[in-house]
Ligand binder design. Structure first.
Ligand SMILES: Cc1ncc(C[n+]2csc(CCOP(=O)(O)OP(=O)(O)O)c2C)c(N)n1
Ligand SMILES: [Mg+2]
Length: 657
C-alpha cells in the first residue's frame, strides 16, 4: 500500500488502482493490520469494516444484490456505501474514501499501540524459562496466543515452525527434550489439532521428555454443550500430561506458566495449558510481570543413602566379571559412569535408547543389548557375575536378565525394582552416585575384560562383513546400508531413528562413535524419525555447545516415513539441514516378519510407494536413489554434503535384515 500525507489524524493508504474493482463488486483489502471491505456502487467507492457485526462474517466476500451488500454468512444487508442496514441507524464502521489520480485511497485511523495481553505475559514467561522453539499449526482458537508467539519471534526471542501435521509438532518437541533435557513447546488449535498432538505427547510422556503443549479452546462461554471443535481437553490430556490446566480470565497467568514449566522439567514430562479463545486477547494488568525460573528449580544432585552405596560397593568389590548397563537416564552423566567402568575395566552395554552413550570404538564399549543389539553385548551379560545398571527401565526389548546379582541406580524410586526384584536398589542421581562409587571402589576383584571385548568385536565384525556380501537381487542388504553409514555419517551427527526392521538393523549394524541417537523408545511409534530430526535440528541452531552446528540424520523405513511425508516440505521451508536415509523395502517389513514368525499369513503389509527420491526433489529437497550397494557411499556423501534437506532412498531387500 502506498501511503499519502496524514490528514486529520488519519493515514491515507492506497487500497486499489482505478480499474481494479468493477462497478457493483466488493472485495476485502488488507492494509497493515486492518482488513476492510471495499465496495464500488453506482460510480462511488465505500470502505467498510470487513467484519459483519452479526457474527463476524467477512463482508468483502459478500456481494451486492438489489443495491445492498449481503454478508456471505447469514445474509445481513448493508448499504454498500454508508454501511447502514436498511431501517436501522447502527451498522458497520466506515472509513473515508478518496478517488485520486492514481487510485482509490482510504483514510485509516492511526494505529494504536498494541495492548499487552495475558498471553504476551505468558509467552514472555516461557521465554524466560528458556523455551526457544515452538512447533505447531496456527488457526482459529489459538490466534491470540499465536500473535503473542509472533511478537516474541519478532523480538528474536523464540522461533516458530509451522508444520503440516500437529503430530510432527509434538514429536519434534519430544525429541528436542530427549536430546537436550530442556523443554520446547508445541501449539495446536482446539479439537482436531489438539487430538493430533497426542501421539507425540505420549512419546514424551513415556520417555520422560519435558514438553509444553499449548492448545487453543473455544470461548469459555460456550464450553460444555459441545460447540464446534470443542472437546474436553482436560480429560483428553489428563493421562498424557502430568500437569494440565485451563487458562482462565482470573488466573495468575505468569504463575501458570511457571508451574507448567517447573513441572515439565522436574517431573520430566508433558505440561499442558488450555487457552480459551477470548482469554487469549484479554489485556494484562498494568505492569504485570512475566515469570521466570528464578528460585523455582532445585539442584537434583541427590546423594544416595549411605547403606545403599555401601551395599553396591561391597557387591561390586567382590564381583569378578561385572558389566555396566546404561539406559537413556544416564545420557548426561556418562563421564562419571565411565569412571566406574575404567575402575573395573568392565564392559559397558547400553539399552537401545541409550545407543551411542559409549562409543562402539571405546575399549570398554560393547554396543546395544537386546532385540536391536549385538551378540557382543548379550555375550558379556551372560558371562557376567554382577550387573550395574544406570538409568535403564528394564524393558522386554533390552531383556536385562533377572538371574544375575543386580545393582540398579535411578533418580526415580518407582523405577527401582520395577519389573523384578533387584539385589541392590540405589536411589540417587546417576552422576553423583557413579562418582561416589568410583571413589570408593578399593581393591576390586574384577578381572580386566578388555582383551575379550576386542575378541568379541572381531567375531561380530567378521559376521557383519559376511552379511554385507549377501544379495538375492531384490535390493540392498541392511548390513551394507549401515556399513556405508558407518563410513559416511560424521562422528558428531545426531541420528533420529524410527521403528521397524530398519531400526533393529541400525541398532545391530551401525557403530556409534560420538553420534547421539534419538528414538521413540517406550511408545515405539513409527513416523518418529523425521519430525524428531526437525526437533534435533532446532537444537543445533542454538548456542548450546553440546549440539551447536552438529549434522542431523534421520533413518526410517518406507512405512514410517509415509506417516509424515508432508514434513519434507517443512524442512524445505525452513531450510533444515537434515539428511534422511530411507530404507525402502516396499512393505511394513517388521510386521511381515512378525506374521511369518507367528505362523500367520502375511497380509496387508505391502506398500504402494512413490519414487521417494523424485518426491523429495518435487518438494524442493535433494533426492538420491540407490538400487545397488555400490551406489551407497556416493549417494550418502552427496546428500550429507548438500546444505539443506536431502533424502537417500535405498531400495532394500526386506529379508536381508
Ligand atoms: C504409529 C504406529 N503404528 C503402527 C505400528 C506397528 N508397526 C511397527 S513396525 C511397523 C512397520 C514399519 O514399516 P517400515 O517403516 O516400512 O519399516 P520396515 O520394518 O519395513 O523396515 C509397524 C506398522 C507402530 N509401531 N506405530
Ligand atoms: Mg518398509
Amino acid at each position: 500500500m502506498e501511503s499519502a500525507e496524514p490528514d486529520a489524524g488519519r493515514r491515507w493508504l492506497k487500497v486499489a488502482g482505478l480499474d481494479e474493482l468493477a462497478e457493483g463488486r466488493v472485495k476485502a483489502v488488507t492494509c497493515e493490520h486492518q482488513t476492510i471491505c471495499l465496495t464500488h456502487f453506482e460510480g462511488r467507492y465505500g470502505a467498510l469494516d470487513n467484519r459483519c457485526p452479526h457474527q463476524g462474517g467477512p463482508l468483502g466476500e459478500g456481494s451486492i444484490e438489489n443495491g445492498l451488500l449481503r454478508c456471505p454468512w447469514h445474509g445481513w444487508d448493508f448499504d454498500p456505501l454508508t454501511g447502514k442496514p436498511p431501517g436501522f441507524d447502527d451498522g458497520v464502521e466506515t472509513f473515508p474514501v478518496e478517488v485520486r489520480e492514481d487510485g482509490v485511497y482510504v483514510g485509516f485511523a492511526t494505529e494504536e499501540t498494541p495492548v499487552r495481553t495475558v498471553t504476551d505475559v505468558m509467552v514472555e514467561t516461557m521465554v524466560n524459562w528458556g523455551v526457544r522453539f515452538v512447533w505447531g499449526i496456527v488457526g482459529h482458537s489459538n490466534l491470540g496466543l499465536a500473535d503473542a508467539l509472533r511478537r516474541q519471534e519478532v523480538a528474536g526471542k523464540l522461533t516458530f515452525f509451522g508444520v503440516r501435521h500437529e503430530g510432527a509438532a509434538s514429536f519434534a518437541a519430544s525429541a528436542y527434550g530427549k536430546l537436550t533435557g530442556r523443554p520446547a513447546a508445541c501449539l495446536s488449535i482446539a479439537g482436531p489439532g489438539a487430538t493430533n498432538l497426542l501421539t507425540g505427547l505420549w512419546d514424551a510422556n513415556v520417555d520422560r521428555s519435558p514438553v509444553l503443549a499449548l492448545t487453543g479452546q473455544v470461548d469459555t462461554q460456550v464450553l460444555g454443550p459441545g460447540a464446534f471443535q470443542e472437546i474436553d481437553l482436560t480429560a483428553a490430556f489428563g493421562k498424557v500430561a502430568q500437569w494440565t490446566q485451563p487458562v482462565l480470565a482470573s488466573s495468575r497467568h505468569a504463575e501458570l506458566v511457571n508451574l507448567a514449566l517447573k513441572s515439565a522439567i522436574l517431573n520430566r514430562g508433558v505440561s499442558h495449558l488450555i487457552f480459551p479463545d477470548e482469554v487469549q486477547t484479554q489485556p494484562a494488568a498494568a505492569g504485570a510481570r512475566a515469570g521466570s525460573a528464578e528460585g523455582r528449580l532445585t539442584a537434583r544432585t541427590i546423594t544416595p543413602p549411605e547403606e545403599s552405596l555401601e551395599a553396591a560397593v561391597a557387591l561390586l568389590g567382590e564381583s569378578k566379571r561385572p558389566v555396566i548397563i546404561v539406559g537413556h537416564g544416564a545420557r548426561f552423566e556418562m563421564d562419571s559412569v565411565m569412571a566406574v567402568a575404567e575402575r573395573l575395566s568392565c564392559p559397558v552395554l547400553t539399552t537401545f535408547k541409550a545407543k551411542g552413550l559409549v562409543s562402539d570404538h571405546h575399549p570398554l564399549g560393547c554396543g546395544v543389548l537386546g532385540r536391536s543389539g549385538t551378540p557382543i553385548a548379550s555375550w558379556f551379560m551372560n558371562e557376567a557375575d554382577c550387573l550395574l545398571v544406570f538409568g535403564a527401565s528394564f524393558s522386554n526389548h533390552t531383556g536385562i536378565t533377572p538371574k544375575k546379582p543386580t545393582i540398579q541406580v535411578d533418580f526415580d524410586p518407582m523405577i527401582l525394582g520395577k519389573f523384578h526384584a533387584v539385589d541392590v536398589p540405589v536411589w540417587g542421581e546417576i552422576g553423583v552416585t557413579a562418582k561416589l562409587m568410583a571413589g570408593r571402589l578399593g581393591q576390586a576383584a574384577a578381572i580386566d575384560q578388555r582383551g575379550e571385548i576386542v575378541e568379541r568385536w572381531a567375531i561380530w565384525r567378521r559376521e557383519k562383513e559376511r552379511r554385507e556380501g549377501e544379495t538375492r537381487g531384490l535390493g540392498v542388504a541392511s548390513a551394507s546400508i549401515f556399513a556405508a553409514m558407518n563410513r559416511q555419517v560424521p562422528e558428531d551427527a545426531i541420528i533420529a531413528v524410527d521403528v521397524g526392521n530398519n531400526t533393529y538393523s541400525f541398532g545391530r549394524y551401525f557403530e556409534c562413535r560420538r553420534q547421539a541417537v534419538l528414538m521413540s523408545g517406550y511408545l515405539g511409534s513409527i513416523g518418529f524419525a523425521y519430525p524428531a530430526a526437525m526437533g534435533a535440528w532446532a537444537a543445533t541452531q542454538e548456542d548450546d555447545p553440546r549440539f551447536a552446528g552438529r549434522p542431523v540424520v534421520a533413518v526410517s523405513g518406507d512405512g514410517g516415513f509415509g506417516q509424515y511425508l508432508g514434513e519434507l516440505t517443512t524442512a524445505v521451508k525452513y531450510d533444515m539441514n537434515i539428511t534422511h536415509i530411507l530404507v525402502n523395502n516396499n512393505e511394513l517389513g517388521k510386521i511381515s516378519k512378525e506374521q511369518r514368525s507367528g505362523d500367520w499369513d502375511v497380509w496387508q503389509t505391502s506398500l504402494h510407494n512413490p519414487d521417494f527420491a523424485r518426491f523429495a526433489e518435487l518438494c524442493g529437497a535433494r533426492g538420491e536413489r540407490v538400487v545397488d550397494a555400490s551406489e551407497l557411499d556416493g549417494a550418502m556423501e552427496r546428500a550429507l554434503e548438500h546444505q539443506g534437506p536431502s533424502l537417500v532412498e535405498i531400495i532394500a531387500d526386506a529379508e536381508l535384515v
